[in-house]
Design a protein around this ligand. Structure first.
Ligand SMILES: [Zn+2]
Length: 468
């Protein structure tokens, strides 16, 4: 019984390919009639831990470059090919953030190198605060000297080369696999706007922690066709800010990846950050805690791996869509404002003002809005949304409420990390995520009050295209 089916598939593909090669049929027509094949997955990784002295990203209080490491930082690639031949690529980065001036050309180059579409390449940062400064990301935060800047530039150049290498290798490694998915839970993320850090142990013990959280642990399981766990992808909505020292580390997400790879030899573990813009791992500030949160995350993943899981079948489709929406700034002050602030005694205000004056000199104007990236993949019954920036938890909760919490995953810090992305509620409340952090990202003002609705309109557009 088996042989005729295999022969049939081979024959059909051969004829279809030949007709397509002759230009008689388009690929769509060939595939439309072709019995579906198999899902394929390819993975690759390379260490990106800086070798020389490079400044670390994420905290304004550090005053010197890193010294030593707790473990390697990684770029990891996961390519997926559907039974209909459509490909996507997820690249996870143990980095705090990357900017659009780096990632747009980088995604172009990955697309050219791999053949995966520009919109289908997702760059996802873990937001570890124990990774290096990259390119111009958060650059007004750090008092870098000339040699420090050069070290960041050299590192960034080498990093892009490694990201392209991993992307190419992941696609080259595509092999038949089984893909399944489920959602677990871990509870160490705390709403940092609502709970004073020192009170968290007591509040947790009393069940009195306040504010919205998203404790879901979306988990993708990849098994080789020949048997054995090939890869696991996990997400969690929480800042990687357990640690604030001078040693390189992926923070809890780095420890979770290590733990899963230790428990499942031969497996590659990848992490993506969810909408944890206003979430911290609390309490924090020790390696023991970072390891413990890593273990908690790995435990959540392992429980989910045991099932039940939803498995993608040969009839399931992979659909993708992406868009860019313009997020307006509340206001863009004129040159006189920035000239005055350039001599501010607040070094962050002064650095932002100088950066914006430079741009005014170069480009003659300041943008009044930002091109915000939104993408989504539909894998059978799962919709995986990818948002740029430090998105607060309200977005994931609203999206899951409107679209279904058991079939929607939301990744943030994707494509580029341009700023915090507050909900309307958080924006109006103010504070660091709503207003204060914009200075570190070198942006002229808080977002306009339309920020949340503009992003949800973009998600709606993307969703409608997935539904087609
Ligand atoms: Zn952050």
């Amino acid at each position: 019984m088996l042989r005729p089916v295999i022969c049939g598939v081979t024959w059909f593909r051969l004829v279809g390919s030949t007709l397509a090669a002759l230009g008689i049929l388009g690929w769509g027509m060939v595939w439309a009639g072709d019995p579906p094949g198999e899902w394929k997955v390819g993975t690759a990784r390379v260490a990106i831990t800086p070798e020389g002295p490079v400044w670390m990203a994420g905290y304004a209080a550090r005053n010197r470059p890193a010294q030593g490491k707790q473990h390697e930082l990684w770029v990891k690639g996961l390519a997926i090919e559907s039974p209909h031949g459509k490909r996507v690529l997820l690249v996870t980065l143990d980095l705090c953030g990357v900017s659009r001036d780096l990632t747009e050309p980088l995604r172009e180059e990955i697309a050219q190198t791999t053949g995966v579409g520009f919109d289908e390449v997702i760059l996802a940062c873990s937001h570890t605060h124990s990774g290096p400064v990259v390119g111009t990301n958060l650059i007004t935060m750090y008092p870098l000297g000339e040699a420090d800047r050069k070290a960041v530039e050299d590192y960034t150049r080498d990093l892009t080369r490694r990201i392209i290498q991993v992307s190419r290798q992941a696609v080259e490694a595509l092999e038949p696999c089984q893909i399944s998915w489920g959602i677990g839970e871990a509870s160490f993320a705390v709403n940092r706007r609502e709970n004073p850090e020192r009170d968290v142990p007591t509040l947790r013990a009393q069940g009195q922690l306040k504010g919205p959280v998203d404790h879901a642990v979306p988990t993708l399981r990849v098994d080789r066709g020949s048997g054995g766990l090939a890869a696991v992808v996990m997400g969690y909505a929480c800042h990687c800010t357990t640690l604030d020292g001078y040693e390189w580390s992926g923070d809890y997400a780095g420890f979770a990846q290590l733990e899963l790879e230790r428990r499942h030899p031969g497996t590659i573990a990848l992490f993506f950050a969810g909408c944890g813009g206003d979430q911290n791992p609390l309490p924090r500030r020790s390696r023991a805690l970072a390891e413990d949160y890593g273990r908690q995350l790995a435990d959540a993943v392992d429980r989910t791996l045991q099932g039940p899981l939803t498995r993608l079948g040969p009839e399931d489709r992979l659909a993708t869509a992406a868009t860019t929406v313009r997020l307006d700034f509340a206001k863009v002050p004129d040159r006189a404002h920035w000239e005055e602030l350039a001599s501010s005694t607040n070094r962050f205000e002064a650095a932002r003002a100088r950066a914006l004056l430079d741009r005014l000199d170069r480009e003659g104007r300041l943008e009044t809005s930002y091109p915000y990236p939104i993408a989504a993949w539909r894998l059978g019954g799962l919709t995986w949304v990818f948002l740029g920036g430090e998105v607060v938890v309200d977005y994931a909760l609203r999206l899951k409420k409107e679209r279904g919490s058991d079939s929607v995953w939301v990744a943030a810090y994707c494509q580029d990390v341009m700023a915090y992305i507050p909900s309307r509620r958080v924006l109006l409340e103010g504070g660091y995520e709503g207003v204060g952090a914009m200075v570190y990202y070198g942006l002229p003002s808080p977002w306009a009050e339309t920020v949340e609705e503009t992003i949800f309109q973009g998600i709606e557009q993307v969703w409608n295209r997935l539904d087609r």
